[in-house]
Design a protein around this ligand. Structure first.
Ligand SMILES: [Zn+2]
Length: 399
């Protein structure tokens, strides 16, 4: 929980650690288990609002002290680039700069962080309390139309690529796009998936369209992951969250669905608001195009955005929303195909009250224990399943 105080025009923020609420058994298991979180947006945050994440950084949701407190072992660092950067031709530049920022964290604090390139190195590297960082690329835009860049990014430690983000790109259609471009994967996207298989980079189906997920499962030779998705069961019609049918298809091929914590994905109201926003925003743009074509002044998009936000406050949600997602996924897929990908530092703080930062995994553990999960199943969900899939992808690599 984060409280803000305005004192004499200065804004001081104080981190109040809600993890302290978790009981000792949950805290012990969180410390002992290997926790793998497949989606933390720290690198993008470092580029826009730099902090030293090796010491307390209370404005962020990921820093070393809280990662240790929460028992986090492997943090996938999201190397995120936007469709706008893709269009401007700057995605490759941004991705490499974010990778530099991750490497700088390790160079600054080699006793606290290490880059994890292989699941087989977890035990060795986490000794002494290191938190392990693995880059995961969110949006394949930095690849451009050059397949050889995948090998370059693999060499820099990237171990998954989310094929597209919020718009269709060269590789795949986006779940958010109102109009799809390819009807799934593009022909280039099929080559990208095959090359990722060859190199040992996990294919991430979060963010892409349903047809693109089907195409990925047709093309890939190895299990895939959804790095940070909710279950669509709770947010009907919201394509960004994975359907039961496709989650089953991912699990059937040995893959894992990493459940996201962000309010926008676990709250039916927030997800419905987001879908309504896409439609309203598209209608607004169309209206402005008509005005421009008629030589009339266009309306302010900023004012539209502000009004929309004012009229659609993000609802308050609790940890039960995430536990319900896990319950549904485990009943549907079995405990071997479910994991976690929080989206910390990527959702503007719109998170369940009890899951505010990397200090809070013990709250999740306690919730699962209270719902009757065995410690063995909790360990699988916290990280065992993801490490299994990563190991299979690595083993099948021919690069
Ligand atoms: Zn995302």
């Amino acid at each position: 929980m984060r409280l803000r105080y305005a004192v004499l025009g200065l804004s001081l923020s104080m981190a109040v650690t809600s993890a302290s609420a978790a009981n000792d058994a949950a805290r012990r298991l969180a410390q002992d288990a290997i926790i793998v979180d497949t989606h933390i947006d720290a690198p993008g945050e470092l580029l826009s609002h730099w902090d030293d994440l090796g010491v307390a950084a209370p404005k962020k949701e990921f820093d070393y002290p809280r990662a240790r407190e929460g028992g986090l072992d492997v943090a996938f660092m999201s190397i995120y680039t936007s469709p706008e950067e893709d269009a401007a031709g700057t995605a490759w530049q941004t991705a490499n700069t974010q990778l530099d920022a991750v490497e700088a964290m390790v160079a600054r604090h080699p006793d606290k962080f290490a880059i994890l390139r292989s699941p087989g190195d977890v035990e060795k590297l986490r000794k002494g309390g290191r938190v392990l960082l693995t880059p995961g690329m969110e949006n394949g835009a930095p690849i451009g139309d050059d397949l050889s860049r995948l090998a370059d990014f693999h060499a820099r430690g990237v171990r998954y690529v989310t094929l597209a983000h919020s718009e269709n790109n060269r590789i795949a259609d986006s779940s958010y796009a109102m109009k799809k471009k390819w009807g799934g994967l593009s022909p280039f996207g099929e080559q990208v998936v095959a090359e990722m298989n060859r190199l040992g980079i996990m294919v991430d189906v979060s963010h892409i369209s349903d047809d693109a997920i089907r195409d990925v499962l047709r093309v890939t030779d190895v299990p895939v992951i959804a790095s940070h998705s909710g279950m669509r069961h709770f947010t009907p019609g919201f394509e960004r969250n994975i359907s039961d049918e496709l989650a089953l298809a991912v699990a059937k091929e040995g893959g894992v669905v990493q459940l996201v914590f962000g309010t926008g994905f676990v709250s039916a109201k927030a997800a419905a608001d987001m879908q309504a926003y896409f439609a309203a925003s598209a209608a607004f743009d169309e209206e402005n195009e008509k005005l421009a074509a008629a030589g009339k002044p266009v309306k302010s998009k900023d004012a539209f955005e502000k009004q929309w936000k004012d009229e659609h406050p993000v609802p308050v949600v609790h940890i039960d929303a995430v536990l319900d997602q896990i319950d549904h996924a485990v009943k549907l897929l079995g405990a071997d195909h479910v994991g976690i990908g929080s989206d910390f530092d990527g959702v503007s703080g719109n998170l369940p009250v009890e899951l505010r930062s990397v200090a809070d995994y013990p709250n999740l553990v306690e919730g699962l224990q209270k719902r009757g999960y065995s410690d063995a199943d909790i360990r699988k969900i916290l990280g065992g399943n993801l490490l299994r899939v990563w190991g299979e992808v690595e083993k099948a690599a021919k690069g």
